[in-house]
Write a protein that binds this ligand. Structure first.
Ligand SMILES: Nc1nc2c(c(=O)[nH]1)N[C@H]1C(S)=C(S)[C@@H](COP(=O)(O)O)O[C@H]1N2
Ligand SMILES: [Mo]
Length: 418
């Protein structure tokens, strides 16, 4: 089962696949395990970044990860820096991290790990990692994993929750087995209502609800969901859900349960906190409400609305006048397919088509580029607007909601031509 790092000798840990980890990373991993026992102290401080510009975000380096923007360290919430917005696939070490509960797994014994598929089924399964690989067809999908609260910090009025900029997202090639195949083998009984997913993370206090998510049983098989054991051709990093995680392409990351070891079919509506109380949005198609008039009806958040983001120039960057400059960005939706990106370099007065990058599949993000030769010196506003194959595009004003979810307003980037 799950070992705590403070109870097993380091030699044994190294034998479990952490040999490539540098000493500092190893110490942080050990600290993560110890942190569970030190309830009152801040578990472990961030490694000091090499150099910090005034006002720059704090960086931290966790095991198997590169320097990422630190939101909180217990539980770890780490944001991907802007330079990775220019890559088709996010390197595993740069992939953002978000956990809800401080009791996160820090070491897994792959020999004794089991994935259980049970509940309202005729043929409950208890699978080793080897069986999962051998007994089921292997499939891959490139898909964006985006936190519901990505870009939350830009909402006005401000909403509580992790104050993410735009980097609570990443794009990777996920490899594993179809959720559909697992459910078919387990044979859901008639009257199945929900399928629930739980991982190995645990709440520090019994009063905190376990992190369990659910999908409707009648849809779980239709979604292109995967139980993944690989990310970009390598085992998942521990912080991104080693050894297995659920991938629900096109859906917000809250469903992408990490360190997944329990799939359960229910015969009644699943009443868990993280479905019934949290991760809900106003029940209108815009998922919007106003601070003065909160929506009465809410529904669980599900698919990601279309959006595009700038990768370059970076905020505050000065763009030289009279020289060709490549504005770069990325765009994605819930899988209907990015069809067009339009860019404005004059604050929305005129728009022109950007050039789309490689198509890595309908659930992937798509890079784009727009060559701009700025004329007059001075400040100007860049905007980018994506449209998908279903004709859906982005709103001109932010769709505020109390949790700061699903932000997809047309971005405005103030730059100076100099
Ligand atoms: N077991 C478990 N899985 C989880 C979570 C969690 O707290 N526990 N958080 C979810 C949320 S809200 C997000 S945004 C993503 C983050 O995935 P990442 O850490 O791989 O980037 O994991 C999802 N899966
Ligand atoms: Mo999230």
């Amino acid at each position: 089962m799950m070992d705590r790092l403070d109870t097993i000798p380091p030699e044994q840990l190294l034998a479990r696949g952490f040999a490539h980890m540098d000493r500092r990373a190893f110490l942080r991993l050990a600290a993560m395990a110890a942190a569970g026992a030190i309830a009152s102290a801040r578990g472990f401080a961030a490694d000091p970044p090499a150099s910090v510009a005034p006002g720059a975000p704090e960086l931290a380096r966790f095991p198997e990860k590169t320097d990422l923007i630190l939101l909180t360290d217990r539980p770890p919430q780490l944001e991907m820096p802007l330079r990775y917005f220019r890559q088709e696939l996010t390197p595993n070490e740069a992939f953002f991290v978000r956990w809800h509960l401080s009791g996160i797994p820090t070491s897994i014994d792959v020999g004794t790990f089991r994935l259980a598929v049970g509940g309202h089924v005729e043929n409950p399964l208890t699978l080793t990692l080897d069986q999962l690989r051998k007994d089921f067809e292997q499939v891959s999908v490139v898909a964006v994993n985006q936190c519901s609260g990505n870009s939350r910090s830009f909402f006005e009025p401000r909403v509580p929750g992790g104050q993410w900029a735009n980097g609570a997202m990443g794009n990777a090639k996920w490899t594993g087995v179809r959720l559909r195949d697992l459910l078919e083998k387990a044979k859901m009984k008639s009257g199945a209502v929900d399928v629930t997913f739980q991982g190995l993370d645990r709440a520090p206090l019994p009063a905190t609800p376990a992190f369990i998510k659910s999908l409707p049983a009648d849809r779980a098989g239709e979604l292109d969901a995967i139980v993944a054991y690989e990310m970009n051709g390598a085992p998942l990093p521990m912080l991104n859900g080693f050894p297995l995680r659920l991938i629900v392409p096109g859906w917000f990351a809250t469903y992408w349960v990490k360190a997944l070891n329990e799939i359960n079919v229910t015969s009644e509506k699943f009443p868990g906190f993280w479905m019934a109380k949290a991760y809900r949005v106003p029940a209108n198609p815009e998922m919007a409400e106003s601070p003065k008039e909160l929506a009465k009806d809410t529904v669980p958040i599900s698919t990601m609305p279309i959006r595009s983001l700038f990768a370059r120039p970076e905020p505050g960057e000065q763009v030289p006048a009279g020289k060709a400059y490549d504005i770069e960005g990325l765009a994605f939706d819930s899988g209907k397919g990015i069809q067009k990106i339009e860019v404005s370099t004059d604050g929305g007065k005129t728009w022109a088509d950007a050039t789309l990058g490689k198509d890595l599949g309908k659930y992937s993000w798509r890079l784009w580029k727009f060559t701009w030769t700025p004329g007059a010196k001075g400040p100007t506003t860049l905007m980018a607007r994506a449209t998908n194959a279903a004709g859906e595009t982005q709103p001109a004003t932010p769709r505020w909601n109390r949790s700061g979810y699903a932000r997809n307003v047309i971005e405005r980037l103030e730059v100076t031509v100099g």
